[in-house]
Design a binder for this molecule. Structure first.
Ligand code: ATP
Ligand code: MG
Length: 284
């Protein structure tokens, strides 16, 4: 069943399948959706109410101690693809007390002294929560591969370690929603240039982003390898075209909605005698 302007379930339209080639995805396309920017804004608002209620139910279950499930949204992308906008405009719509957000930058000396999954494990969402990873353990097979931060054999080991790790957390009740926001190099150039043109955006510009940009083909190759090695039934990758910000936000919102609908959280039953409490409150 599809909703709003979706012709296909976004998970079906965006999940990578057998023989997937990143190079074949047009970053300016809007797969599975039949509307435009205008209807997209309306659909985002309507999905927002649904997301808010589902998240509140899930969180209520955690308060009542009956939640087993959680959602983990993993966001990966080249710079300026819109991770921040997803966090602000999609995840930002729900009650922040039910959300845990972790951003992963270059590892500290302490983090480097442990296995690469060590720092990630600490930020997994507890039952009843939506966790968001702004970058993730996947940097350890992306930037690490592109910049030779690890030996090829170690990168190989990591793909398997990631699959084992995700299988374990999926089995314990976490719905893992993995998203690569796919921007074109042309759109990135425009967005980075705007950061230089506007004083209110200078703070967002990082000269290192241009260094990564110069390695674009290497990054695309690392993403392709990552998809081939770590897209699994229990934690599939979705490639979300991101040149249109409105589409990317709508698509990620729907992916989150699908994960929550799959959990189908119910309002927890009262753990007290409702009538007795009513009488007591009336008499007070
Ligand atoms: P913004 O959109 O605000 O720039 P960002 O995610 O790019 O957000 P930054 O703090 O600019 O945040 O960049 C984080 C940097 O840390 C990225 O360049 C990323 O490649 C790097 N990084 C993240 N994880 C690792 C890792 N495991 N090893 C090496 N570098 C890493
Ligand atoms: Mg950056």
């Amino acid at each position: 069943m599809t909703k709003r302007g979706w012709i296909d379930n976004p998970s079906a339209a965006l999940k990578i399948g057998e023989g997937f080639r990143l190079a074949d995805v047009d970053p300016d396309s809007t797969p599975g959706y039949r509307g435009d920017k205008h209807s997209g804004a309306k659909d985002l608002a309507s999905g927002f109410e649904e997301l808010d209620e589902l998240q509140e139910r899930l969180f209520a279950d955690s308060r009542a101690g009956v939640a087993k499930d959680s959602v983990l949204l993993v966001l990966q992308a080249m710079d300026s693809a819109g991770k921040g906008g997803i966090i602000r405009h999609v995840v930002g719509g729900v009650d922040p007390q039910g959300v845990t957000l972790a951003a992963f930058g270059a590892p500290t000396a302490e983090e480097l002294s442990h296995d690469f999954l060590w720092r990630v494990e600490k930020h997994l969402p507890k039952p009843g929560f939506i966790g968001v990873f702004d970058r993730s353990h996947y940097e350890d097979v992306l930037v690490a591969k592109v910049r030779d931060l690890a030996e090829p054999a170690e990168i190989e080991r990591r793909y398997g370690a990631i699959n084992d790790f995700e299988a374990r957390i999926a089995a314990s009740g976490t719905r893992i929603v993995k998203v690569m926001l796919h921007i074109s190099p042309e759109a990135q150039k425009k967005r980075l240039m705007e950061r230089l043109d506007r004083p209110d955006k200078h703070w967002k510009f990082n000269p290192a982003d241009t260094d990564d940009r110069l390695l674009w083909p290497d990054y695309m190759e690392a993403y392709q390898a990552m998809f081939e090695r770590t897209s699994t039934d229990f934690a599939p990758w979705h490639v979300v075209p991101a040149d249109s910000k409105w589409y990317a936000r709508l698509a990620v919102q729907e992916l989150l909605l699908e994960a929550l609908e799959d959990i189908d959280p119910q309002w927890p039953a009262a753990n007290f005698d409702i009538e007795a409490e009513r009488a007591r409150l009336e008499a007070s």
